[in-house]
Design a protein around this ligand. Structure first.
Ligand code: AHR
Length: 713
């Protein structure tokens, strides 16, 4: 479909969701090609008329209308050093078989020696290792500094910090925010010592720098006077510093990243993985119980993406993230498969099933339940609303074929039985799609999906392949699209090739075609999620993303993909609407719907991919029942530079995506006319009034700039 390249005329009225054209029609189409090419050479592809029926579609979504969102797991330092706002790297000297304990990211001040000790008593059984700071100089303050996650953003705002110490000390600590390049100090605060010889004591402080740092190349330091100690030595642990957080949550999210996500208008969050849920080996899965409670009780997680994790962004933080951003969520429940391919036997499965049931109880049950009471103890007595749980992650992949066979034979059926019996109102998602095991693996029988189960489909593809996704769900049962992204350029050699280094324009347009395809089947596809959603540009494993960032918020960059997903997410629909056209899909792809939450606003979404000679496509969208003079807003995303591989580079700050908003007026038969360039993404929405009340861009608030057509068609 992607290489078809021509919008061609034929007398065949295509219905929304109708499978491929009869072969004889391709002959008719071929007869028109000469004409089409001639038109293209004149700068415009064949005009496409789309008729949108007023009725006859389907209600979208399941518990709520269809929506966009993302999978979040801690990959690309998207959690620690990412959306989780903690500024101190290696704050609690956590370790695991893959990541040995160390003093990494710390350096000494005034000749102190720094080392790891396992003192008795430890701060907690979860955090047995701590940092020993020993003075070698007896004069002047000694201590340590931490470089943060590749820097620390310092501005005039309140930082909230704490650290624990063990060792007798009479005197004061000083907490500093200072330059890593010069002797500049931006702020400091004295903290009275409560430290004693035989126990751990917490010290809390607030620090407001008097001046902002010129760059993020800064450190956080703690110093003390060795003269006040018994032997010049103190032990430190859980050294923490937070800037102000999203919605002011303690242990919360980094504001600029969270706001960039929120501004995309997402509806769904899936967590905690992804591969992260599965863990590297049996017994090393992301255990939700380790992620709740005071930070000193969280042991940390042996990350599956090449770094130790803190567990700071734990289950409650994920739930509050969803709550604060107004998101529905899908929770991944561990189903007994590890990334090394080992899986639980049937006899070993029961404790995991019980654990999954307990996790659901923690999330949704009243305070009178055991786990609901624990949730209340942790500060959230109100149950959360949980509509979706997924049993495992990609159980068709790791350990194939054994892992997959065990999922089909007992891991899925037994978990399904237990969860659906205890929580019949929760939608269960299987971790495979109807097309899994996918073509990368040798095919065997698929999962026999119970009628009430959704599949989970993860198309990481080339742009052309994403265009081929357009009709993927025209004849299939319900799925979530739990992970999707353009990852390789066309002609890449599948997973043997390198991922494209940045999300790039033709990839984003390819995604948009697949999104339209999923959305026009949104009676069975309740959500479509991007992954991996965030990327720290200092250390990442997957290059494609929605948002790129570093310590310096000035580098926080919405990738080209963000603009496409944001555009579609800002124009939701409660119902699909059937369309007919005398043109086939391609190079223009479209879908339509109605949003009853916005008074029946009519929405048409389209994308142009692979026209001949890069010509534009003239389009007329006729909404049945719409009267002459009705207004609609057309938003078109293009890359005026024309390079299909252009991307948004955090270091230049140049946004290659141009957003053009135009007010259109319907002609006599309710038609809206416009033209869409090659590699463009568009939304036409009649809800002009509602959109203008809440302008997404400054442009919308200035009617004099509208390029409204003076007359209709
Ligand atoms: O998004 C990156 C990884 O891709 C996810 O962890 C996994 O589910 C998929 O294979």
């Amino acid at each position: 479909m992607a290489s078809q390249g021509l919008g061609v005329l034929c007398s065949y009225a295509r219905q929304n969701g109708t499978p491929g054209l009869p072969a004889t029609l391709w002959n008719i189409i071929a007869a028109f090609k000469t004409f089409a090419v001639a038109a293209a050479l004149l700068g415009a592809a064949q005009a496409v008329d789309v008729n949108v029926r007023a009725n006859g579609g389907n209600v979208t979504g399941k518990f709520d209308k269809f929506g966009y969102g993302f999978l979040h797991e801690d990959i690309n330092n998207s959690g620690d050093g990412g959306i989780y706002a903690e500024l101190i790297q290696n704050r609690a000297f956590q370790y695991s078989p893959s990541y040995p304990v160390s003093t990494a990211h710390y350096s000494p001040i005034n000749g102190a020696s720094l080392g790891i000790e396992f003192v008795s008593p430890p701060l907690s059984s979860a955090l047995p290792a701590s940092l020993r700071v020993s003075a070698t100089n007896t004069t002047g303050q000694v201590g340590f500094q931490n470089e943060g996650y590749w820097g620390i953003d310092v501005r005039v705002q309140k930082y909230t910090g704490s650290f624990w110490t063990k060792g007798a000390y009479k005197g004061e600590f000083t907490a500093w925010l200072k330059s890593n390049l010069t002797t500049d100090v931006f702020g400091r605060v004295q903290v009275q010592s409560k430290s004693v010889a035989d126990a751990w004591t917490e010290h809390k402080f607030e620090l407001t720098p008097s001046v902002a740092a010129p760059s993020s190349n800064n450190t956080f330091a703690v110093t003390f006077d060795p003269a006040g100690t018994s032997n010049g030595t103190l032990d430190f642990n859980l050294i923490s510093l937070f800037p102000p957080t999203y919605k002011g949550r303690a242990n919360g999210l980094r504001i600029d990243i969270a706001e960039a996500l929120e501004e995309m208008n997402p509806t769904y969050l899936r967590f905690p993985g992804g591969n992260m849920l599965e863990g590297l080996r049996l017994g090393a899965e992301w255990d939700w119980k380790d992620s709740i409670g005071p930070l000193r009780e969280r042991p940390g997680f042996e990350g599956v993406w090449g770094y130790q994790q803190t567990h700071g962004l734990g289950l409650v933080e994920y739930l509050e993230w969803a709550e604060d951003m107004g998101l529905h969520f899908a929770v991944g429940l561990y189903a007994g498969l590890a990334l090394n391919g080992n899986y639980t036997t049937e006899a070993e499965l029961q404790p995991y099933i019980q654990d999954a049931l307990n996790e659901i109880e923690f999330i949704i049950s009243p305070v009178t339940s055991t786990w609901g009471a624990r949730r209340a103890e942790l500060g959230h007595p109100e149950p959360f609303e949980l509509n979706y749980v997924e049993l495992g992650n990609e159980d068709w992949l790791a350990g194939f074929p054994g892992g997959w066979e065990s999922y089909k034979a007992y891991r899925f059926p037994l978990m399904y039985e237990a969860v659906s019996k205890a929580y019949p109102d929760i939608q269960i998602i299987a971790s495979s799609a109807s097309s899994d095991p996918n073509p990368e693996t040798a095919a065997t029988d698929g999962l026999d999906f119970p009628a009430d189960v959704l599949g989970d489909y993860h198309p990481y593809r080339e742009p052309d392949q994403l265009v081929d996704e357009f009709d993927r769900f025209d004849n299939d049962f319900g799925h979530i699209v739990g992970e999707v992204a353009a990852v390789h350029v066309n002609g890449g050699i599948e997973w043997l090739g390198l991922l494209n280094p940045y999300p790039w324009w033709i990839g984003a347009v390819g995604e948009s075609v697949s999104l339209i395809g999923y959305e026009r089947n949104s009676d069975r596809i309740p959500m479509v999620l991007y992954a991996p959603v965030l990327k720290n540009i200092n250390r990442f494993q997957w290059s494609i993303t929605l948002i790129q960032f570093a310590a310096d918020p000035a580098l926080t960059t919405r990738a080209v993909t963000w603009y496409v997903w944001s555009l579609f997410a800002h124009h939701p629909i409660t119902h699909t609407l059937p369309t007919t056209s005398t043109s086939d899909y391609g190079p223009l792809y479209w879908g339509a719907g109605r949003d009853d939450d916005r008074g029946g606003a009519l929405v048409w979404k389209g994308a142009v991919f692979n026209t001949t000679n890069s010509s534009s496509v003239p389009v007329t969208v006729n909404f049945q029942g719409v009267r002459r003079g009705t207004k609609a807003k057309l938003t078109v995303l293009t890359n005026p530079g024309g390079d299909p591989f252009a991307y948004n580079d955090p270091f230049t700050g140049v946004n290659i995506v141009k957003t053009t908003e135009t007010e259109l007026v319907a002609g006599p038969r309710g038609g809206f006319k416009f033209s869409l360039p090659e590699l463009s993404v568009a939304v036409l929405d009649t809800d002009v009034a509602a959109v203008s009340k809440d302008p997404p861009h400054h442009y919308w608030g200035k009617p004099k700039h509208w390029r409204g057509h003076g007359r209709g068609w």
